[in-house]
Design a protein around this ligand. Structure first.
Ligand code: RFL
Ligand code: PHB
Length: 389
């Protein structure tokens, strides 16, 4: 079997890439380890930058997002008891869209189905071969049958725990890693959101976030210990802790209910360089992770895919290698900006167990600067709505 581009991973990165390539007349096959139901059961990101939204429309997968997504012109910050609204529209002329990753992934699957795209599920033991030559191929197993798929290029869109990144020789790979001393406990509940805008809270007891998926579905987070297990957080404990951290008026009106989903995510920053080796190109979480505070993970995956799809189109249309050769450099320039922003916003809003009195004063001073300075607010807003591609 042969195709032009093998895409490892059927998450948002892989599906978006295969859809954009298809629309440019480039053939691909997506190899996904899990079932479609499993991929669609993961509750993750919720905030889309304009660049990602535009890309989804370009991929003919943006109709439902445009109908059902919510445009947010700003966000609320509650910084050690002081409220502060960041007005994205006023400060940048742009906004973000609140639309869940689960829905977006479903829309991409539907778009792939409509065009007859090839997405293979339950694919095991994916192995990449010949990446440093001009005849790469990928082998994998479905049930008891081992298959081999020859191609021109391999796109590694298989997330942080995937195999693609490991296929780049260790000596040629540089990895940057920061594990934070906290995690996020997230709850999805069938209740109306407490506020029309997201509320990011820095509190002495730890960070909290009020977010949403739609008018009837809320998503809330509290900072917790990375060693905590979900079982230690029965619903009552979660709601009680959330109410202690969020502004009093919000705590008074919040509607609570059973958790439909509850999960704990360790906060980390991670970048692997370079994002290309021979015929292999890494994109999305396969190459980088951000702590979720700036809502950048999914949006960074989208900008990678934009650069990669552009490079592949140039190659297939004009035999011009230059976009592919510059892929890693272009993608990484934007990745590092988003890494900085996510790290900064995490540092601003979380409680660090190792912080001493001086560290806490520095954090408070930074929060105060944001409350009083338009310039500081503009910087936050520019990064939050997303740097241009
Ligand atoms: P994904 O979504 O992880 O998809 C990768 C896909 O590859 C498959 N796979 C393999 N397939 C074949 N062979 C193998 N060997 C494979 N190994 C893995 C996996 O099954 C999966 O389907 O990466 P992608 O497409 O790059 O998309 C990136 C986004 O998913 C990610 O950046 C965000 O969801 C990050 N993230 C969040 N971002 C936000 O902006 N806001 C959030 O609130 C937020 N919450 C989260 C998150 C990521 C989480 N992870 C990765 C644990 C919460 C969690 C729990
Ligand atoms: C979410 O709704 O899941 C969400 C929103 C904003 C973030 C992180 C997660 O910064």
């Amino acid at each position: 079997m042969r195709t032009q581009v093998v895409i490892i991973g059927g998450g948002p990165s892989g599906l978006l890439l295969s859809q954009l390539l298809h629309l440019a007349g480039i053939e691909s096959v997506v190899l996904e380890r899990q079932s479609r139901e499993h991929v669609l059961s993961r509750i993750r990101a919720g905030v889309l930058e304009q660049g990602m939204a535009d890309l989804l429309r370009q991929a003919q997968a943006g109709d439902r997002m445009d109908r059902e997504g919510f445009i947010h012109d700003g966000t609320q910050l509650e910084l050690s008891g002081v409220g502060c609204r960041i007005d994205f529209r006023k400060l940048t002329g742009r906004a973000v869209i609140v639309y869940g990753q689960t829905e977006l992934t479903r829309d991409l699957y539907d778009a792939r189905d409509r065009l007859g795209g090839r997405v293979l599920h339950d694919v095991q033991d994916v192995t990449l071969h010949g990446l440093d030559g001009d005849a790469p191929y990928v082998s994998y197993r479905v049930g008891d049958t081992r298959q081999r798929l020859a191609c021109d290029f391999v796109a590694g869109c298989d997330g942080f725990h995937g195999v693609s990144r490991q296929s780049i020789p260790h000596a040629l790979r540089r990895e940057y890693h920061r594990v934070y001393p906290f995690a996020w406990l997230g709850v999805l509940s069938q209740t109306p959101p407490v506020s029309a805008e997201l509320i990011y809270v820095a509190h002495d007891r730890g960070f909290a976030l009020c977010s949403m998926r739609n008018a009837k579905l809320s998503r809330y987070y509290v900072q917790c210990d990375p060693a905590d297990a979900v079982e230690q957080w029965p619903d009552e404990r979660f709601w009680e802790e959330l109410k202690r951290r969020i502004p009093e008026a919000a705590a008074d009106r919040i509607v609570t209910g059973p958790a439909l989903e509850k999960s704990i995510t360790q906060c980390r920053s991670f970048v692997a360089e370079p994002m290309q080796w021979g015929r292999l190109f890494l994109a999305g979480d396969a190459a980088h992770i951000v702590p979720p505070t700036g809502a950048k993970g999914l949006n960074l995956a989208a900008s990678d895919i934009h650069y990669l799809a552009t490079g592949l189109r140039q190659y297939y249309q004009d035999r011009d290698f230059s976009g592919l050769e510059r892929y890693s450099e272009r993608a990484l320039a934007r990745v590092w900006q988003a890494e900085r922003f996510s790290w900064w916003m995490s540092t601003l809003l979380h409680r660090f167990p190792e912080h001493d009195a001086f560290d806490r004063r520095m954090q408070r001073a930074e929060q105060e600067q944001l409350i009083r300075s338009d310039t500081a607010q503009r910087l936050l807003a520019e990064n939050y709505v997303g740097l241009r591609y």
